[in-house]
Design a protein around this ligand. Structure first.
Ligand code: ADP
Length: 266
């Protein structure tokens, strides 16, 4: 049992997002020993389920944790944690864990998109964000997947099979929805529509990124980083290579767990 090793310092990071709750347990500030994701975010049972699953997988209890940090949109909803931090600092630290030379983070989550300028040690220096409009977010992709009756997980593979470029020009999710429906009615292949949707997200987010300025290395975090079609479209728009890790969606939770460890060691 992990908890029997008294030399181990366990810290937990919980990211209560708009769409999903993510949890990371870190051992001694450097080893990810537990992770859990519940596909339900703020205001649901998602945070509790994610925390319970992560602890149970390690046979740990809350009392075994030295420090717990919550982040994300719904971070205020957990009352027993030690500290709350913004998802901006959390994502910067989470990206730094896998890519110590990161200078720009592009985080696209369920309801917003953020671009962060990161300094030494993964410290946040500056940021821009879009949280006013669903276009260019995970929600936009979810709405489009529903209309197309395609699993979002299949988007990258289908987009790769696209043979024609079609533009989704509407900058509003509601209008883009009508645009996609009319493309379907015209008989446009779903693969081409999906590629157009990826380009539309990339175009929105790259506009944001250019406002801040892009410095290499660029790392993508948040759930949309799992969509390699959006990532490639962003690489084309920004003319740079974009790195990501398998744990991209956990970046906020990971950064929170790291910041928790830093607090223990202060
Ligand atoms: P939040 O923190 O706001 O809850 P996340 O960073 O967890 O958001 O990202 C949620 C988004 O990630 C979803 O809206 C969806 O677009 C995207 N996503 C999640 N899993 C996948 C997947 N397997 N493939 C493609 N996209 C995904």
């Amino acid at each position: 049992m992990v908890g029997e090793n008294m030399d181990s310092i366990f810290t937990m990071g919980i990211d209560v997002g708009s769409t999903a709750s993510k949890c990371i347990v870190l051992k001694n500030g450097c080893e990810i020993v537990g992770q859990s994701l519940a596909n339900a975010g703020a205001g649901t049972s998602g945070p509790r389920r994610a925390i319970t699953a992560a602890l149970e997988s390690l046979s740990l209890t809350k009392e075994d944790l030295y420090y717990t940090v919550a982040t994300g949109y719904g971070r205020h909803s957990i009352d027993w944690i030690d500290k709350e931090i913004t998802e901006l600092s959390a994502h910067a630290k989470g990206a730094y864990f896998f890519f110590p030379d990161v200078r720009t983070v592009i985080d696209i989550g369920g309801q917003d998109a953020k671009v962060l300028c990161v300094g030494d040690q993964g410290m946040l220096r500056n940021f821009v964000m879009n949280d006013k409009c669903a276009a260019g977010t995970g929600r936009f992709l979810e709405v489009m997947a529903r209309i197309l009756e395609v699993d979002l997980k299949d988007f990258p593979e289908l987009a790769e099979q696209s043979t024609t470029t079609i533009g989704i020009s509407s900058t509003c999710t509601v209008f883009a929805e009508s645009e996609v429906i009319s493309q379907l009615a015209k008989g446009t292949h779903k693969n081409d529509i999906i590629k157009g949707i990826h380009q539309s997200v990339a175009s929105r987010v790259s506009g944001l990124a250019k406002r801040l300025g892009i410095i290499n290395r660029v790392v993508m975090t948040g759930g949309v980083a799992l969509n390699s079609g959006v990532r490639r479209a962003l690489e084309d728009e920004l003319n740079c290579e974009i790195y990501t890790s398998d744990l991209a969606q956990y970046s906020g939770a990971l950064g929170a767990a790291i910041i928790g460890y830093d607090k223990v060691c202060q």
